[in-house]
Design a protein around this ligand. Structure first.
Ligand code: HEC
Length: 195
């Protein structure tokens, strides 16, 4: 019995020491580590699909690296979206996938660059950026319109959301005043199906 207790105590000591060793060995997240992680996440998740303007090539639209994450181009004249029926085709995107229309209204991929007048920096800091991606509410309290997939992103860890924000502070600032989206007027609830 005594020997068993001694063994247990020994084991606890070894595990404790190991744990301590591991905790000590985990490097703190450095600023450059965070930025690199953010770069990786932005490219793997593909924020540019909706936030980077494109140029048309023979094989279709390609992201324009000189306007990386600058949002729907200011001054683009798309005209009103085509009338959309009751479905099953309910939403459309512009050719460059920075402008969308659907039952929610019309929305434009935002300028995610750190431009102080037209970019994220104007209205966001790290805390409000995380809050918006977690709650789907902009700092002013409006809903983030589709197809911004915040409901998927809200599952990311605090550290990953911080990394996204840190990286977005390091990309070139581009002045591009993106139009505000327009939420569709609320429709009356659909009538109950006939029996
Ligand atoms: C499928 C398209 C799509 C993808 C992919 C996407 N977004 Fe968006 N995002 C949008 C649209 C559209 C808006 C504008 C919504 C609105 O007007 O309410 C938006 C808005 C935002 C906003 C709010 C900007 C503001 O002005 O308040 C942030 C922040 C944002 N996106 C970050 C990201 C990040 C970071 C990623 C990648 C991890 C990403 N988005 C991926 C479509 C997308």
């Amino acid at each position: 019995m005594r020997r068993q207790r001694a063994t247990q105590a020994g084991l606890a000591l070894v595990l404790g020491a190991l744990g301590f060793g591991l905790a000590r060995a985990t490097p703190p997240v450095t600023v450059s580590g965070r930025v690199e992680r953010g770069r990786y996440l932005v490219s793997a998740i593909g924020c540019g699909a909706c936030h980077t303007p494109k140029t048309m090539t023979a094989t279709g639209p390609k992201s324009d690296p000189s306007r990386f994450l600058a949002g729907h181009p200011e001054g683009a004249s798309l005209g009103p979206p085509p009338p959309l029926g009751a479905g099953p085709w309910v939403s459309v995107s512009a050719w460059d996938t920075t402008a969308w229309a659907g039952p929610w209204g019309v929305s434009y991929g935002a300028n995610l660059t750190p431009d102080p007048e037209t970019g994220l920096k104007k209205r966001y800091n790290e805390a409000s950026f995380i809050k918006t991606l977690r709650t789907g509410k902009k700092p002013e309290g409006e809903d983030l319109l589709p197809p911004m997939p915040w409901e998927l992103y809200k599952a990311m860890s605090d550290e990953d959301l911080k990394a996204l924000y840190a990286y977005l502070q390091t990309i070139p600032a581009i002045k591009n005043n993106v139009k505000s989206g327009a939420a569709a007027p609320a429709k009356p609830a659909a009538p109950a199906p006939k029996k």
